[in-house]
Design a protein around this ligand. Structure first.
Ligand SMILES: [Fe+2]
Ligand SMILES: [Fe+2]
Length: 193
């Protein structure tokens, strides 16, 4: 895997402002989660550094990358086009940085989750949610759960982001429903806190 400090610095050099700080926070959280749950620390860092690399792009730029990399937006992504940054970042990770498929997949699904998430998928999704600069209602319970049980923490994240989407009258991506259903059918239960 092509990952070293030079590559890391070249990725981080493409980010600025809050996104840079958030990405560093996400990298720290992802490495910590990988250590905690026996994941690949290097892959977790690689995925975290690249996960929001295309987030600042406009709708037209996102659609241009979709076209270029054969990404077909679903009906929800056509409306909530900002979600596409996961998939376009994954394409950049593959093509420009030679990221392995599992790293690219974790990046692709960090905005929605998916059914049968891998440990790396879970690490990135959760790191993005709980990293140090995050400051919203519900982040503390998620952080506490992340120390105890990654699946319960993840279920908590899906529940709270789904409630938030319902409350704001937003569309819900089918992969997020699939991710939550998949955790529940594997016997993961809501934590009491
Ligand atoms: Fe993101
Ligand atoms: Fe992020």
């Amino acid at each position: 895997m092509l990952w070293d400090e030079t590559i890391r610095q070249s990725i981080l050099g493409r980010l600025s402002g809050y996104r840079y700080t958030h990405t560093l926070g996400c990298e720290r959280a992802a490495k910590w989660l990988a250590e905690q749950y026996g994941g690949d620390v290097q892959k977790a860092a690689f995925a975290a550094c690249l996960h929001d690399i295309t987030k600042r792009l406009s709708r037209d730029e996102q659609l241009y990358l979709c076209d270029k990399y054969d990404i077909i937006p679903c009906d929800v992504e056509k409306v909530e086009w900002k979600m596409l940054h996961g998939k376009t970042a994954a394409a950049i990770a593959r093509r420009e940085y030679g990221a392995p498929q599992d790293v690219a997949d974790a990046i692709a699904y960090h905005t929605t989750g998916r059914a049968d998430m891998t440990l790396l998928d879970k690490i990135l999704y959760l790191a993005d949610f709980i990293e140090d600069t995050r400051d919203f209602d519900g982040v503390e319970p998620a952080r506490a759960l992340a120390k105890k049980d990654i699946d319960q923490a993840l279920l908590y994240c899906f529940d709270s982001s789904l409630s938030d989407l319902v409350e704001r009258g937003k569309l819900i991506h089918a992969d997020t429903i699939a991710a939550r259903n998949s955790l529940l059918s594997q016997g993961v239960t809501r934590a009491q806190h």
